[in-house]
Design a protein around this ligand. Sequence first.
Ligand code: ATP
Length: 344
Amino acid sequence: MITLKNIHKVFDTGKAKIEALKGVDLTIDAGEVYGIIGLSGAGKSTLVRCINMLEQPTTGEVIVDEQDFTKLDAKELRMARRKIGMIFQHFNLLWSRTVYGNIAFPLEIAGVPNDKIRPKVLELLRLVALEDKVDSYPAQLSGGQKQRVGIARALANDPTVLLCDEATSALDPDTTAAILRLLQDINQKLNLTIVVITHEMHVIKQICDRVAVIDDGKVIEEGPVIDIFTNPVSAVTRRFINSVVKTEVPQVIKDRQIELQSSGDPAKIIRISFIGQAAGEPVISQLVKDFHVRANVLYGNIDHIKETIYGTLTLELTGESEALEQALSFLQQQNLQTEVLHHV
Ligand SMILES: Nc1ncnc2c1ncn2[C@@H]1O[C@H](COP(=O)(O)OP(=O)(O)OP(=O)(O)O)[C@@H](O)[C@H]1O
């Protein structure tokens, strides 16, 4: 659906050359919700703007529906861009137009006859649950309502792709959740491909199928969201995951470790991550029975990533060194992600 091949983008400010993208390759499938996450300045906005050629890549190919956007002339590009809607952090609405006028605007530009515009605008307003605001002006709307208008406007020309550039970053948590649910609903109803740019891992967790982590203009990690959550490789990705899943060992437990250490009892603090079916298996009781270790539950958390159950359990294991090693290798054989957080 969308293929980015070896995208480089250099901004020449006259004084300096800034290499914002350093060879990005990505493939986004039709109908999926694809997340791109990165810290400020990583190159996310530049990347998403290359997809609809608001930003021309310095080199590389942008292929959408088998059409290489970098090879199109201005008129062809204008037509091709209708396949791609976009929403923004600050909504970018026209303040002098009503809700109706904002949503009608892209249809007017596309030359849609007047008698076709009204039913289309009303259909879009129903889709985003904003029928009662048809004659309001943007200044009379809440942030969430403004973003709903942004979404309706972005969908006016029946695009196959929706780009969301930090679309919920200016919204409170409840409104964010409602907008994300709306995006998910639209993705399913219209089979729309959605690309979400964010610096917030909870956004990725709530709606994305796959995610790319971008850092310093490069994709450093990519894959299904559940895999990235259970097996992050880079330090940047771990930091993002730590923001939504508690992974730091609290100080009170570290202090307790120091006490244990002085009593001479070998111990490890481990975190087990489990997904789907593994959650129902009696692994811990087997661990204690077969390996002569003691397991003390420090904390646990069950969550879901889209429809997949995902949990973590932090345990303190104590016992003879050899028994601890055997217990760890048993856990690893159970298809559970096991990580030692702290050794004594
Ligand atoms: N028009 C421009 N001219 C010069 N440099 C630019 C321009 N746009 C972006 N950059 C630079 O390119 C790099 C990537 O910026 P970009 O906005 O893509 O990052 P980002 O990940 O979206 O960050 P943020 O989350 O803060 O918006 C930054 O160093 C930025 O300063």
